[in-house]
Design a protein around this ligand. Structure first.
Ligand SMILES: Cc1cc2nc3c(=O)[nH]c(=O)nc-3n(C[C@H](O)[C@H](O)[C@H](O)COP(=O)(O)OP(=O)(O)OC[C@H]3O[C@@H](n4cnc5c(N)ncnc54)[C@H](O)[C@@H]3O)c2cc1C
Length: 586
């Protein structure tokens, strides 16, 4: 079994030193969320995740969900753990107190999301979509629906799902066939089949609230004719109690490569009663509330799993003895952590993970501002930054999750490939994250065509970074970092200009460069994070030499060894698409 210790010191370092967004610090309702309170929450969260949820990761992998006689059963131990999880209030952490939530900011709940992802992604997925459903209902449903459904979802007694995918319709949601016919009482009856539905059915909650995309006959073709419906597994009576079974049935669950403790369901909707959320034919934009937040959380899944992979690799590298290092003095076999190549591998993991955690913390502040600041202009500007960085967090973090879990297997050697140590499970569990919630390539296409070519958000983001560099102008200890970050920013700007030029007459060059551009933005964003971490660490060196010196060294590694990847991506993109489009694939 793997080990996991929640990185509370790292999280508190960010909360205490990098809560640097002035607009965030102006949000009235978060003024009492102080360091002591956050530390207390993280301590409790660590206990829950380390002692109760993390042991279930292996259990779920070895005893996957079972589908029997129309019923889906979760792995052994999940029911008891989920019961404790909701009794301790973890589903309500970031929800509105009006519906029973604790009203914590995203800066805090994102730390919790990371811990839960590190402990067990399968277990996490039961409650994760509930929070997505909560947000979607909160922002788009009428008061009656909110009052009826939200308190139970917040309490965790009812869970939620997101039902988009059908067999013929994955990325291209315009192909949806599920139909919704309007009834005299204003409700709808839904008929069709959804596949790959996470937590579509299970035995942990007394009801499941499906958010379903469907088409009302007679509406516009394609994505313009999609509406969003709330369809409960069991109908809900006027007094809020659970009533008769609705027309939603589980046909089967998938047998999968990873996240085996999470049921991925085929659901049949057979005249299932549903309620319109938001306006008819505007369902996709409402669903995007859920999808955008989910995309960030999926990115955090990649970060969380990578953290577990790193912790285990580090621990193994300190124990496993093989060969003699260059500096061996006693002629005895060395621990593999003494080999430069293993150290390189560990430091790559560490520098990416800590940079990502810091970027996620920055993004959380922007989300909190976009949702809660009193000034509309400030809210809007934060919302644009969130929209720019969301595909980066989703794709870059999950791709790095694949890289890091792969590196972990390599550090463990043969013991990483075999099952005993639980390392290969991390790779398998992470592997879905670049696929669901919109594949990583589709995120990259969205980033370039919708967010970079069509508006000026990228230049806002670049200005923020340039301002940060300028403020530190003249500090000799930061000179190296300012210089390298400045060069990377130039590459990013030149790359964006190149995309603009190519978009005028050679779109295939642009399409084939989207993944490279997303990576470049990802690496530069992490460099911005490391720049800020370095600044704080140099200032505080005397307070805790061990901690802050390690930070500065890791920053040096990131700038010297990881950030140069930017140049390779840019060069590859600029080579264009001729060979790509000429290929005959005979
Ligand atoms: C374990 C699991 C859980 C899931 N959970 C849910 C869930 O809860 N709810 C839900 O609705 N769905 C869920 N899904 C579905 C998931 O979101 C889809 O699998 C994903 O969006 C991709 O769709 P697809 O599999 O049909 O692939 P396709 O859309 O067929 O894509 C195949 C390939 O083509 C590429 N591609 C597609 N379109 C383009 C384009 N325009 N340009 C360039 N490349 C393109 C893709 O990047 C991909 O590489 C889940 C899937 C799995 C496996």
């Amino acid at each position: 079994m793997t080990i996991y210790n929640a990185p509370i010191d790292e999280m508190m370092f960010l909360f205490n030193n990098l809560k640097d967004n002035e607009n965030y610090n102006e949000i009235e309702k978060f003024k009492d969320i102080n360091s002591d309170l956050v530390k207390d929450i993280l301590d409790q969260a660590a206990k829950m995740n380390q002692e109760i949820i993390h042991p279930l990761a292996q259990v779920g992998d070895e005893n996957p969900c079972v589908y029997e006689n129309g019923i889906v059963r979760s792995p052994p131990g999940y029911k008891e753990a989920y019961s404790k999880f909701i009794n301790d209030g973890w589903t309500s952490l970031s929800c509105d107190p009006k519906y029973g939530g604790q009203g914590m900011p995203k800066t805090v709940s994102t730390f919790f999301e990371e811990m839960l992802s590190s402990a067990s992604l399968s277990f996490k997925l039961y409650s994760e979509l509930s929070i997505g459903a909560y947000n979607c209902i909160l922002h788009h449903a009428n008061e009656k629906i909110k009052d009826k459904f939200l308190p139970k979802i917040v309490e965790g007694k009812w869970s939620g799902t997101m039902c988009l995918t059908e067999s013929q319709c994955g990325t291209d949601l315009g192909l949806i066939k599920t139909k919704a016919s309007k009834q005299k009482d204003g409700s709808f009856l839904l008929t069709g089949q959804k596949i790959f539905i996470t937590s579509g059915d299970h035995d942990l909650t007394e009801n499941i609230i499906h958010l379903v995309l469907a088409k009302v006959p007679g509406g516009p073709a394609g994505t313009k004719g999609i509406s969003l419906f709330l369809v409960p597994k069991f109908n809900v009576n006027d007094d809020g109690s659970v009533g008769t079974k609705n027309g939603v049935n589980t046909l089967s669950i998938e047998s999968k490569m990873g996240i085996k403790g999470s049921p991925t369901c085929v659901l049949n909707f057979d005249n299932a009663k549903g309620f319109l959320i938001g306006e008819e034919n505007k369902g996709l934009s409402s669903m995007f509330t859920m999808m955008n937040l989910e995309r960030i959380i999926v990115g955090i899944q990649g970060l969380g799993i990578a953290e577990t992979a790193y912790q285990n690799s580090l621990s193994y590298a300190k124990e496993r003895k093989q060969g003699k290092s260059n500096n061996n003095k006693n002629n005895q076999t060395d621990e593999i952590i003494k080999h430069a190549d293993i150290r390189r591998s560990l430091l790559s993991m560490k520098s990416i993970i800590e940079g990502q955690r810091s970027l996620a913390f920055w993004l959380s502040q922007q989300i909190d501002v976009s949702l809660n600041h009193s000034n509309e202009k400030i809210r809007k500007s934060a919302e644009e930054l969130v929209s720019l960085i969301t595909p980066v967090v989703k794709s870059f973090f999950t791709d790095m999750g694949t890289e890091i879990t792969n590196e972990a297997i390599q550090i463990f050697g043969g013991y990483g490939y075999t099952k005993d140590q639980g390392i290969e499970q991390l790779f398998r569990d992470n592997r879905i994250t670049p696929i669901y919630e919109g594949t990583n390539s589709v995120q990259a296409i969205d980033l370039v065509f919708r967010k970079v070519l069509n508006n000026k958000v990228l230049s806002n983001f670049i200005s923020i970074i340039k301002k940060e560099i300028k403020e530190e102008n003249g500090k000799p200890e930061l000179e190296k970092f300012s210089k390298i970050l400045g060069v990377s920013i130039n590459h990013l700007e030149e790359f964006a200009k190149w995309l603009e030029e190519k978009n005028k007459n050679k779109k295939d060059d642009v399409s084939s460069a989207c993944n490279d551009f997303l990576k470049v933005l990802g690496y530069v964003s992490l460099a911005y994070s490391w720049f800020k971490i370095t600044k704080v660490s140099l200032d505080r060196l005397n307070e805790n030499k061990n901690f802050y010196e390690e930070k500065v060294n890791t920053a040096n590694y990131y700038f010297d060894k990881i950030l140069p990847r930017v140049e390779a991506h840019y060069k590859s993109a600029k080579a264009g698409s001729d060979s790509i489009m000429k290929a005959k694939f005979n």
